[in-house]
Write a protein of this length. Structure first.
Length: 433
């Protein structure tokens, strides 16, 4: 069977023929869900992966199924692709789950999946054809059967119980992408702060369900990957501190370098922090729980500012770089000065920041608002925060001071390339991360 997997890109990062890909190459990693899906295909299948960040999406028409990943901010690119491929006529209604859509009627084999296809629930737009609600790997056998028979159901509903599929390496044939990226999960499930769960892929797919892999299974996967650097996708290594402590104590023997995520609960477990450092963790990204409610308060409250600073320094003293993610709310029509928030992020001496901005949508629910750089950005625009943090003088200042805490190797191998990658993507007008 011929399978084509498409990964959409937001308009700001969409590939244009004759021009190099936009954004830093460090962030051009293969789509994770497509990598997991590729691992389920047999040797008899013909699989092709196209990513709109580095190439144009041009099916040749011979595919048995065209799977398209749709991120939370990619409704417009998905609608444009569906119109271009003639997947559904504009204004067509959505049939019930009981009937099937013959491929000849759709003039295409396009099936949408991903966070947005799941977030639509039972209220998908009229232009949407067959789609997957939940994790596409859980319904792949059913999708495969329908592709072979020539008729798709309107909706495929995946179970809420998480499953783990080892991502297949090397699916990206385009040389612009990092084919050797090594993502891994020990625990699957959502550990985001309550107000932000609706933006979390794990929560959209699995709700509050969690999958905890056995230590033997994890160690087996670690031994199977060839490179040292591994990105741990788990949302919070402090969610089950004893589990992670025992696991990283075993993984210390294999001399890998880790990038991990954590909540502010990590600071309640100094023993775990010390072990993470000894086990090879080079970067810790703190989720929204670290800055939520504290970023604005720290601008006027010296105690909050000092607390944030001490926590960052406690991780850097263990020779780990520290990043933080934050979600800021924008109120339409309100004029806000973003300089205090930018000053706080500089004062607490973080190494990286990833900012997400949300605003009320037409229906009153929050939606992600893309914020990109433009020349002469003012302090009343949200882009001012990144502009200050990733200014060249700010990066150089961190590079000069950080070797004393984390060492020259971590500074040169992680802090320098990641800082320049964030700066490049921001200055090229890419709103995420």
């Amino acid at each position: 069977m011929k399978v084509l997997a498409l990964a959409l890109a937001d308009e700001a990062q969409r590939f244009i023929k004759g021009y190099p890909p936009k954004g830093a190459r460090l962030f051009l990693k293969p789509n994770l869900e497509i990598s997991r899906l590729a691992a389920l295909l047999s040797e008899r299948d013909q699989f092709r992966y196209l990513d709109e960040r580095v190439e144009t999406l041009e099916p040749d028409g011979s595919e048995d199924i065209v799977l398209c990943h749709v991120g939370l901010t990619q409704a417009n690119p998905a609608r444009e692709l569906a119109a271009r491929l003639g997947a559904r006529a504009p204004g067509a209604g959505i049939p019930s789950d009981d009937c099937r859509l013959p491929i000849v009627d759709c003039q295409s084999k396009l099936v949408l999946f991903g966070p947005l296809a799941t977030a639509w629930g039972d209220s998908a737009p009229e232009w949407v054809g067959p789609r997957v609600v939940g994790d596409v790997t859980s319904v792949w056998p059913e999708l495969r059967q329908d592709a072979e028979s020539g008729a798709f159901k309107p909706v495929y509903r995946a179970p809420l119980q998480p499953a783990y599929i080892v991502p297949q390496r090397g699916i990206a044939r385009n040389p612009e992408m990092i084919a050797g990226h090594q993502p891994m999960s020990f625990i699957r499930g959502c550990f985001c702060p309550e107000p932000l769960r609706r933006f979390c892929t794990e929560y959209l797919y699995f709700g509050t369900n969690v999958l905890i892999r056995s230590p033997e299974e994890v160690i087996g996967e670690v031994l199977s990957v060839p490179d040292k650097r591994i990105q741990l996708l788990d949302e919070d290594v402090a969610s089950f501190p004893d589990y992670y402590y025992d696991l990283f104590r075993s993984l210390w023997n294999y001399r890998r370098q880790w990038l991990v995520n954590a909540s502010d609960r990590l600071f309640e477990h100094p023993r775990l922090i010390r072990l993470l450092a000894k086990a090879g963790v080079r970067m810790v990204f703190l989720n929204d729980s670290f800055l939520d409610g504290r970023l604005d308060r720290a601008g006027s409250d010296e105690r909050t500012l000092k607390w944030l600073y001490r926590q960052v320094k406690s991780l850097q003293a263990a020779k780990m770089l520290v990043g933080a993610r934050a979600t800021l709310r924008l109120e339409p029509g309100a004029k806000r000065n973003f300089e205090p928030a930018a000053a706080v992020l500089r004062k607490i001496d973080l190494d990286f920041v990833e900012l997400r901005f949300i605003e009320p949508g037409p229906d009153g629910t929050d939606r992600i608002c893309p914020v990109a750089y433009h020349p002469m950005v003012s302090n009343h625009e949200p882009g001012h925060i990144k502009n200050r943090f990733y200014a060249m003088e700010a990066i150089i200042d961190r590079l000069l001071r950080r070797p004393r805490r984390v060492g020259f190797y971590t500074t040169a191998t992680y802090l320098l390339p990641w800082s320049m990658a964030y700066r490049q993507s921001f200055l090229e007008g890419i709103p995420f991360p």
